[in-house]
Ligand binder design. Structure first.
Ligand SMILES: [Fe+2]
Length: 292
């Protein structure tokens, strides 16, 4: 089973050929991970104090960063460390935006830069609820910020200072996941999306598409037998590497690793080269109706 498309790109390369951009877009839309082993985020000497789980607030899973407002979340640090974090996250958000717009020019007009995050805690052995446990295979869906059909594209950088890899697992293709779990998911109630928004549970309207994606995420993670028995492949992302994935399509789990940067982008379905491969179209085919 093919899961990754390796592209040998070096940070600082001026021109990206059409062929490289084509390969990246084709691979992403086919549900593969685009892996850039030599395209690392340049960590500087001043970032050093940030390599500690102590930068995190005790209730937070990640440091979050909003590139639009430059605001940080999930931190408990001194003013000095906050300024260092702000500096690193700004550089990272710019790095990610630049890479995605150059590597995936087809998406430029429908690309929305979302939040970025810094994940300073070792994943292995971390105690959490099953729903938040990212060591279980899942597809991404946002409970409080419905994507309303837009694709969730994520860029990750392993910046581990001790050279340790980040280990992922990749499961079966999206349509197979959906076929397996959809029969156990009841259709959404009429007006449920409007009510969730009215009571402030979601920031925008939860469409039937968002409803099914959240239920799929939960059904996958809650099924211990599925987690144990489904066919999966382990991937090793070395320190200094970068990878991109449509996280709403690729069944993934993060098994081991510490110190990762992540940037989320939303991509309009209209910008895709092949809209039929999107989770929206796959679910619409399976459910037999429009979902947004
Ligand atoms: Fe995820």
């Amino acid at each position: 089973m093919k899961t990754t498309e390796g592209i040998d790109l070096v940070y600082g390369t001026d021109n990206l050929s059409h062929d490289v951009c084509d390969r990246a877009i084709e691979a992403l839309e086919a549900g593969h991970v685009v892996f850039l082993p030599s395209y690392g985020f340049p960590v500087t000497g001043s970032d050093k104090p940030l390599f500690s789980p102590a930068v995190l607030n005790k209730d937070a899973k990640n440091v979050s960063y909003n590139p639009a407002t430059r605001k940080l979340g999930g931190i408990t640090t001194s003013e000095e460390t906050t300024a260092l974090l702000q500096d690193m996250m700004k550089r990272f958000a710019d790095f990610a935006q630049e890479l995605v717009t150059r590597l995936l020019p087809d998406y430029r007009n429908g690309l929305i830069q979302g939040r970025a995050s810094f994940r300073p805690v070792e994943i292995e052995g971390r105690l959490t609820s099953w729903r938040k446990d990212d060591t279980r295979l899942h597809v991404d869906a946002f409970p409080s910020s419905p994507s309303q059909g837009k694709r969730i594209l994520r860029l990750f950088c392993n910046i581990n200072p001790d050279g340790r890899s980040r280990i992922w697992r990749i499961g079966e293709p999206f349509e197979q996941v959906a076929k397996r779990f959809l029969s156990s998911i009841k259709p959404p109630l009429p007006f449920s999306g409007a009510l969730l928004q009215l009571f402030g549970i979601t920031k925008s309207r939860q469409t039937p598409y968002d409803y099914y994606m959240l239920r799929l995420h939960d059904a996958m993670k809650a099924d211990e037998r599925y987690q144990a028995e489904v066919e999966k492949i382990e991937l090793d992302f070395p320190a200094g590497s970068t990878w991109l994935v449509f996280a709403d399509q690729v069944s993934h789990a993060a098994i081991r690793g510490q110190y990762q940067l992540e940037q989320t982008f939303l991509v309009e379905v209209e910008q895709l080269r092949d809209k039929d491969r999107s989770p929206l179209r796959a679910l619409e085919r399976l459910v037999g109706r429009k979902l947004i």
